[in-house]
Design a protein around this ligand. Structure first.
Ligand SMILES: Cc1cc2nc3c(=O)[nH]c(=O)nc-3n(C[C@H](O)[C@H](O)[C@H](O)COP(=O)(O)OP(=O)(O)OC[C@H]3O[C@@H](n4cnc5c(N)ncnc54)[C@H](O)[C@@H]3O)c2cc1C
Length: 257
């Protein structure tokens, strides 16, 4: 069942990790924005200090959860994931113990419709994330087909503390080297002395930092469901419609729970 090897691990903070996973059968084809299931066996020890879990799974049970792929499909050596360790979490309290060289399950089938497929080439992208909801957007900005046709791409990343800004170095570097990319990090619980943007991602729309045009922009929302529900309501009043296969729109959403 454990069909993949962890080939890289970066601990952003004790609660946030980047895992690079190499499936034995090779990296599957996928579209930026899609996800796979990762899994571990119930018998895997949880990290020391994990909060009690609702119900302990059987030792042979494969615990699986969905994770957005953060790497580009052009990266053929591994799939990258950006994962929050939930102290009460059944899977992440076990995934937190995995080291480089460790084995995990990675579902060969890739799924998901939170992609740029429904976005015409000339339209701008406003990619709004909280926490690990940044992962699918990393895959998008790391992929060459996202760029072109003078498209503007705004990446908004909302976190609690400034140390939670994983990928900020890469995004700032990309911002300098890529025409049309704007990176807007914002922290809701930053210290008074912190000089960056403070507040929730919603603030950037309320105070006019991000100005939207429903004719030109496609907005993507990913991460915490409370942020998504709140923005869905306010964006609906500005002419944004939730996208689905049956009814194409300019507002795309991926709730993590
Ligand atoms: C399509 C999809 C893609 C996802 N991609 C990612 C991803 O790229 N990275 C990621 O970290 N998670 C992602 N998730 C969430 C992930 O599937 C798990 O729910 C999460 O890792 C918790 O699993 P667990 O077994 O440890 O917790 P469980 O025991 O299943 O507890 C679930 C609870 O954990 C909390 N929770 C879930 N996800 C998060 C999170 N990301 N940050 C903080 N708290 C959370 C919520 O309170 C939720 O009710 C995704 C979910 C979906 C549906």
């Amino acid at each position: 069942m454990l069909n993949s090897t962890v080939v890289g691990r970066i601990d952003v903070t004790p609660e946030l990790m980047i895992l690079r996973v190499r499936p034995d059968d090779g990296v599957p084809n996928f579209i930026p924005g899609q996800y796979v299931a990762l899994g571990m066996l119930g018998g895997t020890p949880r990290y020391p200090g994990a909060a009690p879990e609702p119900e302990a799974p059987g030792p042979e049970k494969l615990i699986k959860r969905a994770y957005s792929i953060g790497s580009s499909p052009e990266q053929r050596d591994y799939l990258e994931f950006y994962i929050a360790v939930v102290p009460t979490g059944v899977l992440t309290s076990r995934l937190a113990t995995v080291k480089e060289g460790g084995r995990v399950f990675c579902q060969p089938k890739v799924t998901g419709t939170f992609t740029l497929d429904g976005v015409p080439p000339g339209k701008n992208l406003v990619l709004v994330s909280t926490g690990t909801g940044l992962a699918p957007f990393m895959s998008m900005v790391r992929t060459s087909s996202t760029w072109g046709s003078n498209r503007r791409v705004t990446v908004i990343h909302g976190v609690r503390y400034p140390e939670d800004f994983a990928y900020s170095y890469e995004l700032r570097t990309l911002e300098t080297s890529t025409q049309g990319l704007e990176y807007l990090p914002i922290a809701s619980r930053a210290a008074e002395t912190w000089s960056g943007r403070k507040g929730r991602v919603q603030r950037l729309f309320d105070d006019g930092t991000v100005k939207l045009n429903p004719e030109m922009d496609h907005v993507f929302l990913c991460g915490n469901p409370a942020m998504i529900e709140e923005l869905e309501v306010s964006l609906a009043t500005q002419g944004f419609q939730v996208h689905s296969k049956k009814s194409p729109g300019n507002l795309h959403v991926e709730k993590y729970w």
